[in-house]
Design a protein around this ligand. Structure first.
Ligand code: UFG
Length: 318
């Protein structure tokens, strides 16, 4: 297939682009490089630098594309609370421009990077796709709005959309990995200690109602996540919008993640326990039963593999 990948210079977009190329697809990456890196775009993919508003229609119209994988987004929860307008404009606004370009160019399949943040504070775990969506920040709200738009574009214009609701993505795929300028995620911050760029890891709160008092999250390897995108691409059905959670279905506490990183790196990784981070739910664990039964997806890589692949990636860059 000929595919347009938005945000293909970012962490998850670059990994999935590499996997799409390995599977024999032709890929054009559209990225404004605001947070992505030009050298993260896998060899074999053509990079077009620009925004979706500026470039999507020109590229898609008459371009012979079969489908779009849409990763481009602003994705920092804390920043979204400071600058909600930026998140509505960049996430929802740019996505609507993309959907309209698809409609005009008659490209009818899209796989979209949605998020667990659409659910907000869960009433029960594991979280099902049918659970209430009550996002607690503008990042999650903007992604939920795009899910809603996809459902409408499916119903009204026959687009086939799949929203994949990521839980906590980690790990790397060879030379493609996580390198955010502002890093908020747990695993890269923990690994920065043995890498020598941090002295210790701050644990945000140890007084949660969990066995060791730290928050529990559902970590999924970025390569397993990529496999789900390839399956989702095949599962796009004209006129239908489908939603799938993407997680392992198992929770690990912040303390457990740090222990696994200690094991992988052989470093003691000193911990400083601080205050809770505002907006962090105690437990976020996905039910991934729907994608397992509908698409036959099964996560194959455990937390140890995520930490060791992320660690190998970090070492290869130092
Ligand atoms: N944490 C620390 N110290 C750090 C970084 C994180 O203790 O330096 C803790 C957090 O408080 C949280 C856990 O580690 O309990 C995981 O935090 P991350 O920032 O790695 O991930 P989140 O669960 O906050 O965020 C993820 C996605 C978001 C998404 C969110 C909501 O990265 O995009 O889930 O589901 F919005």
């Amino acid at each position: 297939m000929k595919l347009l990948v938005t945000g293909g210079a970012g962490y998850i977009g670059s990994v999935v682009t590499a996997q799409l190329l390995e599977a024999g697809h032709e890929v054009v990456v559209l990225d404004d490089l605001s947070t992505g890196h030009e050298d993260a775009v896998p060899e074999g993919a053509r990079l077009v630098r620009g925004t979706l508003r500026e470039e999507a229609l020109g590229l898609l119209d008459g371009g012979g594309f079969d489908a779009v994988l849409h990763f481009a987004a602003k994705s920092l929860v804390g920043e979204s609370v400071q600058k909600p307008g930026l998140y509505w404009d960049r996430n929802l606004g740019e996505s609507l421009a993309l959907l309209d370009a698809m409609r005009r160019a008659d490209v009818r399949r899209i796989v979209f990077s949605s998020t667990a943040a659409t659910y907000g504070e869960p009433e029960s775990t594991p979280i099902l796709e049918t659970d209430p969506t009550r996002p607690t920040n503008p990042y999650g709200a903007s992604k939920l709005a795009i899910d809603t738009a996809l459902a409408e574009y499916a119903r009204l214009f026959g687009i086939g959309g799949v929203s994949l609701r990521y839980f906590n993505v980690a790990g790397a795929h060879g030379r493609f990995g996580e390198r955010h300028t502002v890093e908020t995620h747990l695993i890269p911050n923990v690994l920065a200690v043995p890498a020598g760029t941090r002295e210790s890891i701050n644990v945000f709160g140890e007084d949660y109602p969990t066995p060791d008092g730290t928050c529990i999250r559902d970590y999924v390897h970025v390569v397993d996540l990529g496999v789900a995108h390839l399956l989702a691409l095949d599962a796009c059905e004209p006129g239908v919008h489908q939603i799938f959670n993407l997680g392992n279905g198992n929770g690990f506490s912040v303390r457990q993640v740090i222990d696994v990183c200690r094991e992988v790196t052989g470093h003691p990784i000193p911990v400083v326990v601080g205050e809770r981070r505002p907006g962090d739910p105690a437990v976020l664990v996905a039910s991934s039963e729907r994608i397992r039964s509908a698409l036959g997806w099964k996560p194959e890589r455990d937390l140890h593999q995520m930490a060791s692949d992320a660690w190998a990636f970090l070492q290869s860059r130092s």
